[in-house]
Design a protein around this ligand. Structure first.
Ligand code: AQP
Length: 350
């Protein structure tokens, strides 16, 4: 079975973008894949070192995974810091990745802001730890939102450079696999990961500004729908969502240059598991005063069972911790298989 890996940072309230861009895909992929889903707590230190309630944040993401329908027995759910092999491989990848590659990362530029000199070294090296998260399991498929595309391209570059630089060592070790890169057969150690970024809402935008992504760290809570929002809040946020004065077009082309309308239609389509064209064939010609209440009903219908289950799970932290402990033990055993081989390939004595 293909091996799927993905992670979510415990950096605040999960929102609809995290759900549609990532967690909902995690759930769907369980049927035909071997899946490893991680609460990437070490990544949470990159932008903010001290978190008031780190255990609570980790448990809340875990609860969201479980409430959305991830099965921690058939698959693996754990938190990153409990498997130190991620950090070990990240160091090696820091030595593989080139500064020029890192300098091109747009997320670093966005998150570091104007005063780049004051950003943490961890924020700069974030994509290298992300590559290690994935490749320490030699995972091949990574479901993420569109904002992570560039980091996955970097993961492929890191894998490729490691494979090429250690080509002879890999051959001698006997741990290599035959892969194709483009049409070329290559004897490699790390596979080339495939991002899974599809669907009608690969990048859910802010409800206040259709040109900015919906984000946990946006100062305005009205910009996002949180997974823990109640019906009243969801309704208020969608009613207040920015739109333009026109009604809904009947065809996709009519959404061009209308980022807020496009975003709301994309959210509706993703929640309903239908295409945007299909939604427009239903609502084309209608005003937002008709569309928004329908969107509220749909969002509440999809999200409220998850919210309820999250709250129920979070009332029993011991149960969540036991799931994480079991997942970490299983993840660590698998990661150590890779790290033993990587140490051999490099020539470390251990
Ligand atoms: N707006 C979004 N639309 C679609 N997918 C999104 N993701 C995040 N925002 C959107 C996807 O959610 C997964 C987990 O994200 P993360 O928490 O690890 O990091 P992030 O991308 O930095 O998320 P946020 O919510 O925007 O947090 P802050 O504000 O802290 O930066 C990833 O797969 C991501 O693509």
């Amino acid at each position: 079975k293909p091996l799927v890996f993905s992670g979510v940072q415990p950096t605040g309230n999960l929102h609809l973008g995290n759900y549609l861009g990532a967690i909902r895909k995690f759930v769907a992929l369980q049927a035909n894949n071997d899946c490893i889903y991680c609460v990437v707590d070490m990544h949470a230190l990159t932008a903010q070192l001290v978190h008031e309630d780190m255990p609570g944040q980790i448990r809340s993401i875990t609860a969201a995974f479980l409430a959305a329908g991830i099965d921690p027995q058939k698959h693996i759910v754990f938190n990153q810091s409990a498997v130190p092999q991620h950090a070990e491989l990240a160091w090696i990848f820091n030595c593989v990745a080139r500064i020029g590659w890192m300098n091109r990362m747009t997320q670093f530029k966005d998150k570091a802001g104007k005063d780049r000199e004051q950003a943490s070294l961890g924020l700069y090296a974030y994509p290298s730890l992300m590559a290690a998260d994935i490749l320490v399991y030699r995972a091949t498929h990574v479901p993420v939102g569109d904002d992570q595309k560039q980091h996955l391209e970097l993961t492929r570059d890191i894998a490729m450079k490691f494979n090429l630089d250690y080509m002879e060592h890999i051959r001698r070790s006997g741990y290599g696999i035959d892969i194709t890169v483009g049409d070329e057969p290559v004897h490699a150690y790390f596979p080339m990961v495939e991002p899974l970024i599809d669907g009608p809402a690969p990048r859910v935008m802010s409800l206040r500004d259709g040109t900015k992504k919906m984000s946990k760290s946006d100062a305005s809570d009205l910009s996002r729908i949180n997974l823990l929002d109640d019906e009243e809040n969801i309704s208020k946020k969608i009613r207040k969502a920015k739109t333009d004065p026109d009604g809904l077009p009947s065809e996709i082309a009519g959404l061009a240059g209308r980022p807020e309308a496009d975003n709301l239609v994309g959210i509706y389509a993703a929640l309903a598991d239908r295409s945007k064209a299909d939604i427009l064939s239903e609502f084309g010609g209608q005003q937002f005063s008709v569309f928004k209440p329908a969107l509220v009903d749909l969002a509440v219908h999809v999200l409220s069972p998850i919210t309820g289950e999250m709250r129920r799970l979070m009332a029993d932290p011991g149960h969540i911790d036991a799931i994480l402990r079991d997942g970490s033990n299983r993840a660590r055993a698998r990661a150590e298989v890779t790290m033993k081989q990587v140490r051999d390939i490099i020539g470390f004595i251990y």
